[in-house]
Design a protein. Structure first.
Length: 508
């Protein structure tokens, strides 16, 4: 006589979550204390303002810690044979449950505070859209987080075909930091730094003094040099910020293949991150080359995979990046190891696209460059000749840049079939070489505008449930593009094509 298995045991979060909340709120309150105190001195003396801020800080920290104590008391989870359950809430109790068979990700993150206490935040997800597809355990001990990760991602070890190696696939090379300053993050961080200076000075009521101090430094300096110096200062701040951000994100980086077919990425200096990708869900890789990084001969490697976290809290967490910007040869090697291929598909020889595609890119690029010039010219004719000189300057700079980018975008175009993968490449500011597993293609979209039809071009898009969902070969020769799609996934496109003459050359 068989007996039913005993029910799974309920567990609580780590009680030190209350301490973590109190310390975090205390840090936020401390950061706001100075401007608030200075603001109160307009109505009260300094000692009275300090006492009021201290009283408010104690109240805020106490309320936050008390609320988190209630959350801890009312939160419990369990891992059963079939499901993972999470119950939380005081007045409105939330009961959420995920089937273990649908779980695709178990990611561990820990900021500096959690790391000092030996705690982690565990995100358990199915990879579907919406927060209801993710359970968050915040926090548990690191040992418990590792236990949950191994338990929930446990799969039967199967030997996959192809050349591959287990264990460590890539580890951080500190020399890769040289690619951080040439990313697009640097100028954005520079602008953010300038904005932060103005915002903080406004909080403390000193924005006018800051502007006056800067004006005094450049009182006898021509306006052009003032602009150049300020831009250079912002760029220097951006470069420093980009270096710091890179170190925080990628220090201690390690990519490894675990038994059972799981790729694991670990990284982070202050905030540690552990991201797991099941190879069964891997559909290919995307070699990404932003313009600045590409000029230095480097590339980033992203995974094209189903089942990665897609909720609003994780969508910007670089969950799909397998390798940070590294030398292109190294990125190709890692791509081959990840895909278990002797040669990487991202290095395959690509079929170039017709010259008509070059003309289209030149026209688009010149139109984008000359549009603002035309507007400035019209305004200059109506308002002031100064705008005419600005329009001339913009034309002198923008037209050559537009032509160079258009020609580079044309040279980037290409497509090919490489073993089990179809490969598409496009882009100039952000060049992308995607190697998508042909078995992962679920459909094709063929687009041909009036202008493309006149030029004998079309764009074919492979749709898939993985990655970005669509990978396009832009402006291919009409016959070549359809042949590429038909050969990539035999039997999928043929019912929608007419064949004339040679049966191997489909046409619309």
């Amino acid at each position: 006589m068989s007996t039913a298995a005993p029910p799974a045991e309920w567990h609580r979060l780590d009680p030190r979550t209350v301490l973590v909340t109190a310390l975090v709120v205390a840090g936020v309150v401390a950061g706001a204390a100075i401007p608030v105190t200075l603001g109160l001195t307009r109505w009260f003396s300094l000692p009275v303002a300090v006492l009021q801020v201290l009283a408010g800080a104690v109240l805020v920290i106490g309320v936050a810690a008390g609320a988190d104590r209630v959350r801890w008391h009312r939160t419990r989870y369990r891992v059963g044979a079939e499901r993972v359950d999470l119950h939380t809430g005081l007045l409105l109790v939330k009961r959420r449950s995920l089937a273990r068979s649908r779980i695709r990700t178990v990611d561990l993150t820990a900021n500096l505070m959690l790391r000092l206490l030996g705690l982690v935040t565990v995100r358990i997800g199915t990879g579907e859209q919406g927060s209801e597809s993710t359970l968050v355990l915040d926090p548990v001990t690191r040992a418990e987080g590792e236990r949950l990760r191994l338990l929930l991602l446990e799969r039967a070890a199967t030997a996959s075909p192809g050349v591959h190696r287990e264990g460590e696939l890539a580890v951080l090379d500190p020399r890769w930091i040289r690619y951080a300053p040439v990313s697009f993050v640097a100028p954005m961080l520079g602008g953010a730094a300038a904005g932060a200076v103005m915002q903080v000075s406004d909080w403390v009521g000193a924005q006018g003094q800051v502007i006056e101090w800067v004006g005094d430094r450049f009182r006898e300096t021509p306006l052009l040099w003032v602009i150049i110096v300020l831009v250079l200062a912002a760029l220097v701040a951006g470069v420093v910020g980009a270096l710091g951000l890179w170190i925080e994100m990628w220090w201690n980086y390690r990519l490894e293949r675990e038994p059972g077919g799981t790729l694991r990425v670990r990284r982070g200096l202050f905030t540690s991150r552990s991201i797991s990708v099941e190879e069964a869900r891997l559909r290919g890789v995307d070699l990404v080359e932003p313009l600045g990084v590409r000029l230095l001969g480097a590339a980033r490697l992203d995974a094209i995979t189903t089942g990665l976290a897609k909720d609003h809290e994780a969508k910007n967490a670089d969950h799909n990046t397998l390798l940070p910007a590294a030398p292109r040869a190294r990125a190709d090697t890692v791509a081959a190891d990840v895909l278990r291929e002797p040669d990487t598909p991202t290095g395959a020889a690509l079929t170039p696209h017709p010259r008509a595609a070059r003309g289209r890119r030149l026209r688009w690029s010149l139109a984008a460059a000359l549009g603002p010039v035309l507007i400035l010219t019209l305004l200059g004719a109506l308002l002031t000749p100064v705008l005419l000189w600005i329009a001339l300057g913009c034309a002198v700079v923008a037209v050559p840049v537009a032509v160079v980018l258009a020609l580079d975008a044309y040279r980037a175009l290409g497509h090919a079939l490489s073993g089990r993968y179809l490969v598409t490449r496009s882009g100039t500011v952000r060049r992308s070489t995607a190697a998508l597993e042909r078995a992962g293609v679920i459909g094709w979209t063929v687009k041909q505008s009036v202008f493309q039809r006149r030029a004998g071009l079309l764009s074919v898009t492979a749709t898939t449930a993985a990655g970005g969902g669509a990978y396009t070969a832009y402006d291919t020769d009409a016959s070549e593009g359809l042949t590429f799609a038909a050969d990539a996934v035999p039997g999928l496109l043929e019912p929608f094509l007419e064949r004339a003459g040679d049966p191997g050359r489909p046409r619309p």
